[in-house]
Each structure stands twice: as structure tokens, then as C-alpha cells.
Ligand binder design. Structure first.
Ligand SMILES: C[C@H](O)[C@H](O)[C@@H](O)[C@@H](O)C(=O)O
Ligand SMILES: [Mg+2]
Length: 390
């Protein structure tokens, strides 16, 4: 029987969850990481100092006419909640749950005058993921089955965090470290970066993958020099070296990195059109975040486009929301696991404490659960607020 959508609700949550940068106390993820704001000395020490955690978590709930409810979480906070309640909900309520393509298209077209990227796409992604969760629950199927089914039995992971040496012991295939010093810290910063890489190479041995996450902090010249010097320590890829709008810079960087070193980007890119521009630069791996790029509906299109360009798709973090996708695509051969433990020495669920049943890799591997939808539940003990209604 065809089910229709009865109600869409949007909530916000503070302190962890999908806005994983929203943490208090010491955390490696906020410890002097190079950013586009590092040109200003007063904003170098902490990303929270310039507002990385201003948005907070958005929870989108979609209830069908039989009371079945799907949900998803992303980073968009109050602004996202307003967009979902006051604008996007009109394209869902009363429609069949299976109208996923039409709903996406209407959400995207109707927000073009203020959207296209950023928080509007985060909100659209949250709605799209919640719809997939709902459809999976109604059909009693995991989202990966809705996407065509797995192409492998389990996922293998690399870990992102400050301790690739600990990640190696935990069974991951590689470790991606944050870059700590940007161009404004000159040759001293460059030498510190390289010393950290050299030290980590020493600790993990020759064969373990080591990558650098530059979080949009470099320019082409610095990134090229960094990549050339990092080749001595077997850097596998240089990630998000430039600001996302500098497609021309990515094309130039791709031509200038040492042979064999991969250039990756796309964590802060959105939609098939944004990724088309990025793929035309020749980057080797695109890294859409399924909670930010337009949801599963858009990620499937981005992935096909990447495949046709000979590029891999290795989504940014996003836990179960990307696992259900990665397991269904041959050009997503491994997944990212973001180490949300304070010192990156232990495996903890990425969106903790918001989700119940959130699976984590064991010995660097994971069988994606077969529970309906994305297979997770909201933790009733986490306080959530519904700031707007419609
Ligand atoms: C470690 C990075 O600076 C980010 O915090 C991280 O979320 C991201 O860029 C990643 O690739 O996981
Ligand atoms: Mg990154």
C-alpha cells in the first residue's frame, strides 16, 4: 500500500552529534589545525574561536500516515530547522513517501534564489536522508538494499585523527592527520608540519597509508612545496588543500604534485554541478559528505559522474549515512572513520551520544547492518528542541 507523508519536523541538538566539531574541553579536532582563518593569528589556536561550531546539529523527522517515522541528522542547527519547517516541508506533506526524486528536485529548484550550497544543501540532505530512512523502515529493508545492494561483504576503513600510529594498532588501513600549520606560519610552520609527518612515518612503518587533511588552508604554491617535500615520507594524498571555489588551483595542484601522490577534495562541495566542476580539475578522489552534498539522492549522481571521470568517491565521515552508500559502489573501495575520541586513541561512535545502535569498525572493518532504514535510533536521553513549527 502506498504511504504518504503526514508530517515533517525539525529539531536542534547541542554538544556533539552530527555537528561533531561542537565539543567542549580538549579535543585533537580543535587543537591548532590549519584553516582558511589561520592567516589571522588570533584564530589559529582553535577553530571554535572563529565559530566552527555555531550551527549545531539538525535532526529531521518524517512521519508517514501510518505513524512510521524516519529520521536523519546533519549539521545545520536552527537555520536548517527553519528552512525545513517553513520552506521544505510543503514539498513533502501529503506526497507519497516514494516521491524521492520529485521532492529533491522541488527542494533544490525552490531554494535556488538563496541556496545552491552550504546550509541550504545541508537541510535538503537531512530531509533526503530522513526520507530514505523512512522508506527503508516501511519496506523493512536497509538503505543499502534500496540502493541496489552491497558489492562487498564488509567495509574497510582508514582513520582520521591525530594518531595514525594508534589507528594502525586498531586495524585501520591508513591514518589521515590534520595539518597544523598553514602558509602564514612560514618556513618554521612548514618544517613543523614535515617533522610531524616524518615522526609519524617512523612510528607507523613504511606500508601504512599516511595522508594530510589541509582543511582548505593552503595556496597552490605552499601546497605544491608541501607535497613535494612530503613525498620523501610517502604521503598518500593531500586533502582539501585549497578553498573549495578555487577549481583552477586544484587543476594546477594536480599537475604539480609528485607522481603517485593523490589529490583529494570535495568535503565542502555540493550537488552534481559542483562536483562536475571539481572532477574536471582532475582530482583523484572526491569526498562528498552525504549530509551536506544533497543527501543520498545526489550522492548517487555524484558517484556516477566520478566513475565516468575515473575518480573514486570516498565520502567524508558521516557514519551510517555514508556506510550504506559505500558498500554499494565499486568506486568507493574504502571508507573514512573519524576518530571522535579526544586523543584519537580509541574507537568511539562518531555521532555519540545522539544515535543508538551506531556501528563502529572492529579491527578496521565493518559489516553494514541489515536493520531497516539506516539502522539507528535517536537516543531519547539527548535533549532536542523544536525551535519552529509550521
Ligand atoms: C580533521 C579535519 O580538520 C576535519 O575536522 C575533518 O572533519 C575532515 O576534514 C575529515 O576529512 O574528516
Ligand atoms: Mg577532510
Amino acid at each position: 500500500m502506498e504511504r504518504t507523508i503526514a508530517q515533517v519536523r525539525a529539531y536542534t541538538v547541542r554538544g556533539g552529534g552530527a555537528d561533531y566539531h561542537d565539543r567542549s574541553g580538549y579535543h585533537w579536532i580543535d587543537d591548532h589545525i590549519a584553516t582558511p582563518m589561520s592567516v589571522y593569528p588570533e584564530y589559529r589556536r582553535s577553530r571554535q574561536s572563529f565559530g566552527l561550531n555555531v550551527l549545531g546539529t539538525l535532526v529531521v523527522e518524517i512521519e508517514a500516515d501510518d505513524g512510521t517515522t524516519g529520521f536523519a541528522v546533519t549539521t545545520a542547527g536552527e537555520i536548517g530547522a527553519w528552512i525545513v519547517e517553513k520552506h521544505l516541508s510543503r514539498f513533502l506533506e501529503g506526497r507519497p513517501v516514494t516521491d524521492i526524486e520529485r521532492i529533491w528536485d522541488q527542494m533544490y529548484r525552490s531554494t535556488l534564489f538563496y541556496g545552491r550550497r552550504g546550509v541550504v544543501l545541508n537541510a535538503i540532505s537531512g530531509v533526503d536522508l530522513a526520507l530514505y530512512d523512512l522508506l527503508g523502515r516501511l519496506r523493512g529493508e536497509p538503505v543499502h538494499a534500496l540502493l541496489g545492494g552491497p558489492v562487498r561483504d564488509e567495509l574497510v576503513f582508514y582513520a582520521t585523527g591525530s594518531r595514525p600510529d594508534a589507528a594502525r594498532e586498531l586495524g585501520f588501513i591508513g591514518g589521515k592527520m590534520p595539518l597544523h600549520h598553514g602558509p602564514a606560519e612560514g618556513e618554521v610552520g612548514m618544517r613543523r608540519n614535515l617533522a610531524e609527518l616524518a615522526d609519524m612515518r617512523e612510528r607507523v612503518g613504511e606500508d601504512f597509508w599516511l595522508m594530510w587533511d589541509c582543511w582548505m588552508s593552503l595556496d597552490v604554491d605552499y601546497a605544491t612545496r608541501l607535497a613535494q617535500r612530503a613525498a620523501d615520507y610517502g604521503l598518500k594524498w593531500i586533502e582539501e588543500a585549497l578553498i573549495p571555489d578555487d577549481y583552477w588551483g586544484y587543476a594546477q595542484l594536480k599537475r604539480q604534485v609528485p607522481t603517485g601522490m593523490l589529490v583529494t577534495a570535495g568535503e565542502h562541495e555540493a550537488t552534481r554541478w559542483g562536483f562536475r566542476q571539481l572532477l574536471e580539475t582532475g582530482v583523484d578522489i572526491v569526498q562528498p559528505d552525504v549530509g551536506w552534498c544533497g543527501g543520498i539522492t545526489e550522492l548517487v549522481k555524484i558517484s556516477a559522474l566520478a566513475d565516468a571521470h575515473g575518480a573514486l568517491v570516498v565520502p567524508h565521515g558521516s557514519s551510517v549515512y555514508s556506510y550504506h552508500f559505500v558498500v554499494t559502489r565499486t568506486n568507493s573501495p574504502f571508507a573514512e572513520f573519524l576518530m571522535m575520541h579526544e586523543t584519537a586513541e580509541e574507537v568511539v561512535p562518531m555521532f555519540s551520544p545522539l544515535l543508538l545502535g551506531e556501528p563502529v569498525p572492529e579491527n578496521g572493518r565493518l559489516r553494514v547492518p541489515d536493520r531497516p532504514g539506516f539502522g539507528v535510533e535517536l537516543n531519547p536521553e539527548v535533549e532536542r528542541i523544536r525551535p519552529f513549527t509550521h
